[in-house]
Write a protein that binds this ligand. Structure first.
Ligand code: KIV
Length: 273
């Protein structure tokens, strides 16, 4: 079999994610926003890369995800897609590009898919976005849902604290998750909700449920890469595990570089032409 065909067979698809859920194999998902980091995490074997609108926070320095534009998301997604050989690439449709009408949602999705080459889109919300989800799916674009803490609604919630602790909100979340599955979503992200509720949703749904701050009993986990690599020191929610202290590593390396330049130790005889 030619090499490129073998490669193609190894690519992660939405169908494979469903199979992983059936076999009880957990799905590992991380965010990425640029070529270099996407290449590293794809090479490390991540299953799904999310070009999240958290780029608004971690790349652009905004306080919320609201300001990022569709053009900016497409720029990030295009850079990520170029780096990825295996992972499924999912792109957030940013705030203001799908809430207006299902036609707007479809146009935004088509732009993302056509211009970036990504494999799927993600949108926040349940019954409120049903028409948009259906319209996007009707064009053959895979959709991932996102329930619980939905950061695009931060000014409605007023805080980033745990969602769906009360029965009414928990029941609405369960109904929304069912609805997204019925519409044809290939997966759902549950953000910052009680672990017991997330477990219940994951047990009820046939599609994969990916958690962030939703406990261990879901089908996979997602984290923002800058947070789990310890680049961003200020963000310390309980659910976050830091797998590295890149802030320390980078600060140390840059400090050493500055020292070497000032001491005229860089470049040395071997480092010149
Ligand atoms: O934008 C993002 O990074 C996300 C994850 C937190 C799920 O939506």
């Amino acid at each position: 079999m030619p090499n490129h065909k073998k490669q193609a067979l190894k690519k992660v698809t939405t169908h494979q994610l469903q199979e992983m859920k059936k076999r009880g194999e957990k799905i590992a998902m991380l965010t990425a926003y640029d070529f270099s980091m996407a290449k590293i995490i794809d090479g490390a074997g991540i299953d799904v890369i999310l070009v999240g609108d958290s780029a608004s926070n971690v790349m652009a320095g905004n306080e919320t995800t609201l300001p990022i534009t569709l053009d900016q998301m497409i720029y990030h997604a295009t850079s990520v897609v170029k780096a990825v050989a295996r992972a499924l690439v999912v792109v957030d449709i940013p705030f203001g590009y799908y809430q207006g009408s299902s036609g707007e949602a479809l146009r935004s999705s088509i732009r993302i898919m056509k211009e970036s080459g990504a494999h799927a889109v993600k949108i926040e919300g349940g019954s409120e976005v049903k028409d948009s989800v259906l319209r996007i799916l009707s064009a053959g674009v895979p959709v991932m849902g996102h329930l619980g803490l939905t950061p695009q609604s931060i000014y409605k919630f007023g805080t980033y604290s745990v969602r769906a602790k009360e029965e009414v909100e928990a029941n609405k979340l369960i109904e929304d998750a069912q609805l997204l599955q019925e519409c044809g979503c290939f997966g759902v992200v549950l953000e910052k909700i009680p672990a017991e509720l997330a477990k219940k949703v994951a047990e009820q749904l046939q599609i994969p449920v990916i958690g962030i701050g939703a406990g261990p009993d879901v089908d996979g986990q997602v984290l923002v890469m800058q947070d789990m690599l310890g680049i961003n020191k200020e963000f310390k929610p309980r659910f976050l595990r830091r797998y590295a202290d890149l802030h320390g590593v980078i600060t140390g390396a840059i400090g050493k570089y500055i020292e070497d330049v000032k001491a005229k130790e860089f470049p040395n005889q071997q480092e010149k032409y």
